[in-house]
Design a protein around this ligand. Structure first.
Ligand SMILES: Cc1ncc(COP(=O)(O)O)c(C=O)c1O
Length: 453
């Protein structure tokens, strides 16, 4: 049952009222609610977006010391996402991750982190001066993707570094792999240190029982979510959630002042309020449809000769990892293509744009925004790709060196590129060679299309 007050959207409502009020504005932003908006931009965006692009007027509260509509909207979000306290973020999960680290580690203190962390964690380490204790994630050699660190590897890292101030996990990963957060939370609780989860890709998890449990539901102390990635907030809008008493909440608020603009966009903040209202009131129905479409796409894609689809059964039956079913990863090597080549053809010629190309794979994000027509388009495009690909029949499988157990892999043997490879990122292998020109060539293309900072 949706609590009745989840129908409310206090910040959105207040912004709407103020956007429609006639005033003489002698404050920022300089476009004065669109009066001097550049015409080409106003033609693209419409005028209402300028009317609502307002600064911190008295009625609109203050993101850094909320006592009014932002406080009310954050409280509703905390209830909807299963947190005790929620902070709205106007600078993406990037600033939430920096905050999580700044609020737990002083310079020189240790933080246990997975080797496949997002680059925002690297920035957080630089800003905080924390010392990373790297933990290898398990690795799927068939799909050549990083999973998550096992509870045993976290236990071992903490046994070696009992003075660590926190453990940070990425879950779900870009490929939708969810860590065994519940087991890891039991370990961090024994050490009485916070478990921080980069849940940038998991904002939807709390809203459907058929999805893997959210980080907070699994016992994490803090979760950072990009509401713009899998829900329908505007790009850069994110949330930081906390529960329990292991984190100093004042320190979180102070850290957020360090990493966010003093002029946060109310368009972004109101979009967080709207996205929460949408999910709290209709999320399960919306995700029913998304799950149905994802299942349909999985079945149809797996019937296309030369394509393989990552499923939960791709993992061993004893695997502790759950796969987010709304994340579709296909292996295109059976078509004689790399993931980068397939992505380029799909995007340039077939008008289908994936989220993440890899050397062998392509990953697609499905959200409540996707329609049956999108899925039909995807299937048709992949069929066309299969028919026109250079090698429509799968090549003989290349033997993969079988690792002893995944978490015994040495750091230098793993290749864990940034989700969208660039010249700047990736751990080089001493064992395998790959053609980096592929990713280098691709990164220019990617930067033009989706700019990963
Ligand atoms: C795992 C992970 N964490 C954090 C981020 C940063 O999120 P945002 O773009 O909301 O700043 C990303 C972005 O791609 C990500 O993939």
């Amino acid at each position: 049952m949706t609590p009745a007050n989840q129908q409310a959207a206090p910040l959105l409502d207040c912004l709407r009222t103020l956007a429609n009020r006639q005033r003489a504005a002698f404050h920022t932003p300089g476009h004065k609610q669109g009066q001097s908006a550049p015409a080409p931009l106003a033609n693209l965006l419409g005028t209402q977006v300028f009317r609502a692009d307002l600064p911190e007027l008295p009625e609109l509260d203050n993101l850094f010391a909320p006592t009014g509509v932002i406080q009310a909207a954050q409280a509703l979000a905390a209830a909807a996402f299963g947190a005790e306290q929620t902070w709205f973020l106007a600078n993406g999960s990037t600033c939430g991750i920096a905050t999580a680290v700044l609020a737990t580690c002083c310079p020189g203190e240790r933080l246990i982190v997975p080797r496949n962390a997002h680059q925002s964690l690297i920035s957080a380490l630089i800003l905080s001066g924390a010392i990373p204790i790297w933990v290898e994630p398990d690795y799927d050699p068939d799909w050549q993707i990083a999973l998550c660190p096992s509870p045993a590897s976290i236990q071992a890292a903490l046994a070696e570094h009992p003075d660590a101030k926190a453990v940070l996990l990425v879950s779900p990963t870009y490929h939708g792999i969810c860590a065994d957060i519940a087991s890891i939370a039991q370990i961090t609780q024994q050490y009485d240190i916070p478990l921080l989860v980069d849940e940038a890709h998991g904002a939807h998890l709390a809203f459907h029982p058929d999805l893997p449990p959210s980080a907070l539901a699994s016992g994490a102390d803090l979760a950072v979510q990009s509401i713009h990635k899998t829900l329908s907030a505007l790009t850069q809008a994110a949330m930081l959630h906390v529960q329990g008493s292991r984190l100093d909440r004042n320190r979180i608020s102070q850290a957020l002042q360090l990493v966010q603009s003093t002029s946060p966009s109310y368009l972004l903040l109101a979009s967080l309020d709207a996205a929460r209202q949408q999910m709290a009131t209709t999320g399960e129905v919306l995700l029913d449809q998304t799950l149905h479409l994802a299942a349909q796409a999985r079945t149809q894609l797996s019937q296309i000769p030369g394509l393989a689809v990552l499923t939960t059964s791709s993992q061993s039956p004893t695997s502790p990892y759950q796969l987010d079913p709304t994340r579709l990863t296909i292996d295109v090597t059976g078509l004689g293509l790399t993931g980068f080549q397939a992505d380029e053809i799909l995007h340039q010629s077939l008008n289908v744009t994936a989220e993440l190309p890899g050397l062998n794979t392509l990953t697609f994000i499905l959200t409540p925004g996707n329609t049956p027509a999108d899925i039909a388009h995807l299937i048709q495009a992949c069929q066309s790709l299969a028919t026109t690909s250079p090698h429509p029949t799968p090549p003989p499988p290349t033997p993969h060196p079988s690792p002893p157990t995944p978490h015994h892999l040495s750091p230098c043997r793993l290749l864990l590129p940034h989700p969208r490879p660039t010249h700047r990122t990736g751990n080089l292998s001493d064992q395998r060679r790959i053609d980096l020109s592929l990713s280098a060539r691709y990164s220019g293309f990617a930067a033009r299309r989706i700019n990963y900072s």
